[in-house]
Design a protein around this ligand. Structure first.
Ligand code: IPM
Ligand code: MG
Length: 370
């Protein structure tokens, strides 16, 4: 490519992003109350089908009456696999996306993303297609008085053009980061509303606005503007490097409650936070928009377990935490609590067992009653 072609490429990206930002300001769709909730189970790659099988058994146990009375419908959606995506050349094959869109909420297994190249992550594409702008990741460590909720912006920042950068072979590469006013407003509002409705009085904004002056600068400004509508909530702002230090500082940890962050910082910081809680397999994640919500484990498809031949020992804990979040999202607060307590009990045994055995033991705990 010559210089003009790169400029052309950039101009197209700019037009595309201006259109996206303008569309975000348009009026939202009204959400209707439905008699039936459709839960889609998307298995994905690697250990996805193994851990989804566990989630299916737990759903069938916990929601048996609701499924029988047709209040809940379960739709299994298979084939969001790397093989299928390579074959169709589409990150989200059309038939699968259509099935996904026919559900209200989704429980999704991990999907593999090749490093480099131009194949986009299925996660990122789904978040964009379903406009799942809020990635909410709770981390709780009661014995350390830690009860955090991370509100990670999920559709823009470093991710929106992550596979559309410029490469001049042998010379340089350039990626782009995009932050919009509306995109920031809606994630900031979600974080402050959550704080207000959950008895929290402290929201921390995380940026690197001293370096990413334009994008993080805008993120910071908008978050502070939104904060003005919540005068009872204390607001502070930290740069992402120092917050990653504070999160592991016993003197500081319990001071934080709710965080709001741009996409990539949210990705990194939530893995750190999950590790403090016991590892990425212990945390669930909500991807919420105004129309759909998708729940997933925060870990990947675990190719290493396959290399070592121990994939059957994959832990379903994270996807089951995600299921607990899903249950509470659709109004089954008690069932969500019961599942979390059963998981606490099962995990406290620290057993190295197969996924199928973990599920069986967990269902036995549920049957005995918590
Ligand atoms: C996550 C994951 C994803 C992300 C990957 C799998 C694309 O790390 O959900 O945190 O970077 O968002
Ligand atoms: Mg991540």
């Amino acid at each position: 490519m010559n210089k003009e072609q790169y400029i052309n490429h950039f101009e197209n990206l700019l037009d595309e992003q201006i259109k996206r930002a303008e569309k975000l300001s348009e009026n939202k769709k009204e959400i209707q109350n439905k008699d039936k909730t459709v839960i889609g189970l998307v298995d994905g790659d690697g250990i996805g089908p193994i851990i989804l099988e566990s989630a299916k058994s737990v759903i069938n146990f916990l929601l048996k009456d609701e499924i029988d009375s047709n209040k809940i419908e379960i739709k299994e959606i298979n084939g969001l696999t790397i093989e299928n995506r390579m074959k169709t050349g589409k990150t989200l094959p059309d038939d699968i996306l259509e099935k996904i869109k026919s559900c209200d909420v989704l429980l999704k297994g991990p999907t593999t993303t090749p490093k480099g190249g131009t194949m986009e992550s299925a996660n990122v594409a789904l978040r964009r297609e379903l406009d799942l702008y809020a990635n909410i990741r709770p981390v709780k460590i009661p014995e350390k008085d830690i009860d955090w909720a991370f509100f990670r912006e999920n559709t823009e920042g470093e991710y929106v053009l992550g596979s559309k950068g410029i490469e001049i072979p042998g010379l340089l590469s350039m990626d782009f980061k995009v932050i919009t006013v509306e995109g920031t407003k809606r994630i900031a509002k979600s974080a402050f509303e959550y704080a207000k409705n959950n008895g929290k009085n402290h929201v921390t904004i995380v940026t690197k606005a001293n370096i990413m002056k334009k994008t993080d600068g805008l993120f910071s400004d908008i978050c502070h503007k939104v904060a003005k509508d919540y005068p009872d909530i204390e607001v502070d702002e930290y740069y992402v490097d120092i917050i990653s230090a504070h999160l592991i500082d016993p003197q500081m940890q319990s001071k934080f409650q709710v965080f709001v962050l741009p996409n990539l910082y949210g990705d990194i910081i939530t893995d750190e936070a999950a590790q403090l809680q016991g590892g990425v397999s212990t945390a669930g994640s909500i991807n919420a928009g105004d129309e759909y919500a998708m729940f997933e484990a925060i870990h990947g498809s675990a190719p290493r377990l396959f290399e070592e031949g121990i994939q059957d020992y994959a832990s379903p804990a994270s996807i089951l935490r995600a299921l607990a979040l899903l249950l509470s999202h659709i109004g089954f607060y008690d069932k969500s609590k019961i599942l979390n307590s059963a998981l606490d009990k099962q995990l406290s045994k620290n057993e190295n067992i197969k996924c199928t055995q973990f599920t069986e033991n967990l269902i036995n705990i549920l049957k005995e009653g918590i």
